[in-house]
Design a protein around this ligand. Structure first.
Ligand code: T3D
Length: 262
């Protein structure tokens, strides 16, 4: 059983809650291990149709637990490259390649790698009291876990640069205005909003959603002709899918489709 996260699966919805609230859910090696195990479950259980990521308590995630990084004079410096390679890099890549859509419910401050982690999800909804903090420059680091990639893409270079270099807290409302996240809702509405999204995704044509994510990401590094080719290939593939057949049949019969995720 898990110590640092909570993980449940119900009605096609997997919920992963970072659960070290007294440390604002910052990452220890143990938490990385447990998140890896939960992601393996999502990758291998065909009954799961959506992953919801959130944090317990008043924060979402404060990035790396810095208790594990403090060294006394004379001690060797920690190898952050090794930690990124082992922990943070695969975390982002697995989320981006996950076989189901991902929803992040940002319930409080998302700082450092915690902010990047939220941005690595497909749809990000934050409570009004939540905020995003590129804490890295305050301790002499760079926005890792995809931060230097997500930020300029979502908010443009000027804002990305300001956020990263100044390390000012960006309130959730402004994050939504700037296009960093999908939506900011009142704190009291966060759970219900995310539940509704998760339910929608749990009954959606999963393969189409995941192919959409892949194509959107691919567009960042492809020209239009290559992108049109990739769209054609995806359409060819999805045109063979049971969910497409069901979608058309349901439309013709004026009824709600029953998608299986296939
Ligand atoms: O190292 C590697 O493996 C490489 C990868 C690095 C990726 C990274 O994420 S580097 C960036 C690490 N994160 C930070 O620098 C953020 C540090 N935290 C903060 O700046 C603030 O805590 C927040 C702005 C996030 C929230 O501020 P506030 O005032 O709401 O809460 P607080 O009082 O600072 O935090 C509450 C408690 O959580 C507090 O403990 P205490 O005093 O009650 O015993 C605080 O020390 C603890 N806490 C918060 N963040 C961390 C943490 N403890 C350890 N590590 C943390 N990252």
């Amino acid at each position: 059983s898990f110590e640092t996260i909570a993980f449940t699966v119900e009605a096609g919805i997997a919920r992963l809650t970072l659960n070290r609230p007294d440390r604002l859910n910052s990452f220890t090696d143990r938490m990385h291990e447990e998140v890896r195990e939960a992601l393996t479950r999502v990758e291998t259980d065909p009954a799961i149709r959506v992953l919801v990521l959130t944090g317990a308590g008043r924060g979402f995630c404060a990035g790396q637990d810095l208790n594990d990084r403090s060294v006394s004079a004379g001690d060797a410096a920690p190898d952050l490259g090794a930690s990124v390679e082992k922990n943070y890099k695969p975390l982002v890549l697995r989320l981006q390649n996950l076989r189901v859509p991902t929803v992040c419910a940002v319930n409080g401050v998302a700082a450092g790698a915690g902010a990047s982690l939220a941005l690595a999800c497909d749809v990000v909804v934050a409570g009004r009291s939540a905020s995003f903090l590129q804490a890295f420059s305050k301790i002499g680091l760079i926005p890792d876990t995809g931060g230097t990639w997500f930020l300029p893409q979502r908010v443009g270079m000027a804002r990305a640069m300001g956020l990263a270099l100044l390390a000012e807290k960006l309130p959730a409302g402004k994050a939504a205005e700037w296009g960093l996240i999908w939506q900011c809702v009142d704190d009291a509405e966060l759970a219900a909003t995310v539940d509704a999204l998760a339910t929608q995704f749990a009954t959606a044509p999963t393969r189409a959603l995941v192919r959409t994510r892949q194509l959107m990401r691919a567009s960042m590094s492809q020209d239009l002709a290559a992108q049109l080719d990739a769209e054609r290939d995806a359409m060819r593939e999805l045109g063979q899918s049971p969910d497409y057949r069901e979608g058309v049949a349901a439309f013709m019969e004026k009824r709600v489709p029953r998608f299986t995720g296939q």
